[in-house]
Design a protein around this ligand. Structure first.
Ligand SMILES: [Zn+2]
Length: 411
């Protein structure tokens, strides 16, 4: 192979291959790479300005994409510059964006692989440690995030997600129009959300937020009212139905506790059945639920009440929504279902925010989708100790999914 051909295979603009070492049994390739003679643009990595004075020439070894079956390590000749502004600094090379010993295109390949496989799998595939793969993936995502346009925030969602025993709960702010998470904060306090409004949004952006879908959680309401003067608070279906499910579960536990023996075995393991919607259940599962209901009328009543509350959002006119809610609450009378009565009180106390559903046009399903995205990530990847990494991962997942949908539509 002629030198010239090596350079063409390398494909780095402005660089050429001087010589190459091939270790055939080990399948390793090591090309030495230098700047082409005409390539004189030297840019300081400190300030990004052109610099002409060279302080030193040195070599760096970076892992590059494999050339055929060979694992390839490129030895690149680089300059340290004498910058009049920054002093002695390394030159900036677009193909080598980080100090880690990998080329940009190698990191891109690893990052891309991480989009559809767990870090452990990718580590095996590339012969790297899992920690190295995570570090590369993080840089890949950061570069992607810096390069893209950030969508404006008009309709936001505020959520809580349980990360685990150690990190407990985090507050998740999402952009409902873009369908992606925007920010994570440790804890669920008013201060947590205040921090986002104060540090991440300008006064102009505060004014631009029109609606927020949140849970009926007072600290969030207080923070939103303080920072977003034009924002309508919506207590959305997703969050309210979570409370309804919790109420059904409380009834189940109370009933179950009183009874022993045979009844206990029928009720055991039926928790998720009670949390599912009737229409989503198979015939067999419906039969199982019916067996449970035959045994306990109160659990059945609670389940039916939850099912009928779900229809509240079929109404898009305030008056009809309110009428339906009142009739739903009337059904609770004489039932002696304490958890359901508590839920009814909560709904009455947050009535304006529930009816706001009729007064705004927010894509409601997004709240649940964004939440589901993060939970899927948490299930598949282990150890997101770095919240920023988890956030970038969730954003990338949301962005690639929409790109995929857009592509499908065009085709
Ligand atoms: Zn400089």
């Amino acid at each position: 192979m002629r030198e010239n051909d090596w350079t063409r295979v390398l494909g780095w603009p402005g660089y050429k291959v001087g010589r190459a070492e091939i270790d055939e049994p080990a399948k390793r390739l090591k090309p030495w790479v230098r700047r082409k003679r005409g390539n004189k643009r030297l840019i300081c990595s400190g300030c990004g300005e052109l610099v002409s004075a060279i302080a030193e020439i040195y070599e760096r070894e970076v892992r590059d994409l494999p050339w055929s079956e060979c694992r390839t390590t490129v030895v690149v000749e680089l300059y340290r510059l004498r910058c009049p502004r920054c002093g002695v600094k390394a030159e900036r090379v677009p193909l080598l964006p980080s100090k880690a010993p990998f080329s940009k295109r190698f990191e891109d390949a690893v990052g891309l692989a991480c989009e559809s496989a767990a870090a452990r799998r990718v580590a095996l595939q590339f012969g790297l440690s899992t920690n190295t793969v995570r570090a590369i993936d993080l840089r890949y995502l950061q570069r992607w995030s810096e390069s893209r346009r950030k969508p404006a925030l008009r309709n936001m969602g505020v959520d809580e997600i349980h990360l685990g025993k150690k990190q407990k709960f985090i507050t998740v702010v999402s952009n409902l129009d873009a369908g992606e998470s925007l920010w994570f904060g440790q804890g669920l306090k008013k201060d947590t959300l205040d921090d986002f409004f104060e540090k991440r949004l300008s006064p102009f952006q505060h004014n631009a937020v029109q609606a927020a879908c949140v849970d009926m959680w007072d600290p969030f309401r207080q923070s939103i009212e303080q920072w977003l003067p034009k924002c309508r608070i919506i207590y959305d279906k997703f969050h309210i139905m979570q409370h309804a499910n919790a109420a059904v579960d409380e009834v189940r536990r109370a009933e179950f506790f009183r009874k022993g023996g045979a009844a206990r075995t029928v009720v055991r393991g039926k928790r998720w059945l009670l949390l599912s919607r009737w229409v989503n259940l198979s015939t067999q599962k419906k039969r199982q639920l019916n067996a449970l209901f035959a045994l306990n009328r109160r659990v059945m009543k609670a389940y039916l009440l939850k099912e009928s509350l779900d229809r509240l959002w079929n109404y898009t006119y305030e008056g009809s929504m309110l009428r339906y809610l009142k009739s739903w609450i009337d059904q609770l009378r004489w039932q002696r279902l304490k958890p359901m009565e508590k839920l009814a009180d909560m709904l009455l106390n947050h009535l304006e925010g529930i009816l706001n559903y009729c007064r705004t046009k927010v894509r409601m399903g997004v709240v649940e989708a964004v939440n589901g995205n993060i939970k899927a990530l948490l299930r598949h990847g282990r150890g997101y100790r770095n919240l920023n990494y988890l956030l970038l991962k969730a954003q990338r997942l949301a962005a690639t999914r929409t790109e995929f949908v857009a592509f499908q539509k065009a085709a």
